[in-house]
Design a protein around this ligand. Structure first.
Ligand code: NAD
Length: 300
């Protein structure tokens, strides 16, 4: 029998993820609050459901890709129609949203009380990775739940990691994004200093890439316009990963730091830098636009 997947939240990420599942032959019942998102899902081979409840009833897997923890909790536990009241017991809930680890753990516990499995499975790889089916999934849950989720995640991703128990996926995700924000901020300030001292940004980038300063931002996401043709920096900082979303993830990282008394001086500096950059009206630009924060404002 065909495996049925309810997919709730068809935004920038969820839309293409659901489309890849439909393309791979899963029966996808899609639901979003936005009619436009539903239309797009339909054109990619998904069935459109009238409500989240209709999508989830009798589904084998329920995947959610929503903005934040309150949306996930509202959907499954304490909204008007909590999905944990209708999901069948053999089904598995896979929440791919980036949310706080506490909410992920408490929603998993609420599911377990009703005999329903839940994993947190936040992703890395952005909209491009969602479209290409090459996302990285970072899963928190039991070994059995991880094995149950894997065949579905394999369709949408390339690297599927089991980080640990419930919530561990979210903790690993914010550790990674905090490190990314630090690498990007450091790369921006190094390139800006070199350029101010007469260096060609492409030459400097190549030198650092092959030297001990090499890192992901230099390798695939150079923040200086024109150095890397396909990077958001060369497209007016459009597309990619928004400053607003990076700030959201850094807020989650600060929560984890506070709750566990883990010192994160570099992460909190990066959070302040991105917040100052947002205050300059740049919240919806790609996060590599932080480079412009360092540049002289009157030299253009
Ligand atoms: P988005 O805002 O484009 O999509 C969210 C969708 O959820 C919207 O279509 C919205 O209508 C829908 N929605 C909200 N509440 C709903 C509800 N109760 N029922 C049904 N639909 C509902 O966001 P996105 O960029 O797709 O990101 C989703 C999640 O993935 C976020 O947690 C984000 O942090 C994370 N993420 C995003 C990226 C990225 O590059 N965009 C990368 C990695 C992780």
């Amino acid at each position: 029998m065909m495996t049925t997947v309810a997919f709730i939240g068809l935004g920038n990420m969820g839309g293409p993820m659901a489309a890849n599942l439909a393309k791979a032959g899963f029966q996808v019942r899609a639901f979003d609050l936005s009619d436009q998102a539903l239309e797009t899902a339909k054109s990619h081979g998904c069935d459109v459901a009238a409500s989240a409840k209709d999508a989830a009833t009798d589904a084998d897997f329920i995947i959610s890709m929503l903005p934040a923890g309150k949306h996930v909790r509202g959907l499954y536990v304490d909204g008007d129609t909590p999905l944990f009241d209708v999901i069948k017991q053999s089904a598995l809930v896979i929440d791919c949203s980036t949310i706080d680890a506490d909410t992920a753990r408490s929603v998993a516990a609420a599911g377990a009380e009703k005999g329903i499995g839940f994993v947190d499975a936040p992703v890395s790889g952005g909209v491009g990775g969602a479209q290409a089916g090459t996302l990285t999934f970072i899963v928190g849950g039991s070994e059995a739940q991880f094995e149950q989720a894997k065949p579905v995640l394999d369709v949408m991703g390339k690297n599927i990691f089991h980080a640990g128990d419930h919530g561990a996926g979210q903790v690993a995700k914010v550790c990674n994004n905090m490190l990314l924000s630090i690498l990007m901020a450091g790369t921006c300030e190094a390139i800006n200093m070199g350029v101010k001292n007469g260096l060609d940004p492409a030459v400097l980038s190549e030198i650092m890439k092959q030297s001990s300063g090499g890192n992901w931002a230099l390798n695939v996401y150079n923040p200086y316009p024109g150095v890397m043709e396909n990077a958001p920096a060369s497209k007016g900082y459009q597309g990619g990963f928004q400053v607003d979303l990076m700030i959201k993830d850094l807020g989650l990282a600060m929560d984890v730091s506070q709750q566990s008394a883990s010192p994160v001086p570099m992460g909190s500096a990066a959070r302040s830098l991105f917040t100052l950059h947002k205050a300059g009206g740049n919240g919806n630009l790609d996060f590599s636009s932080l480079l412009t924060f360092y540049q002289d404002k009157n030299s253009a």
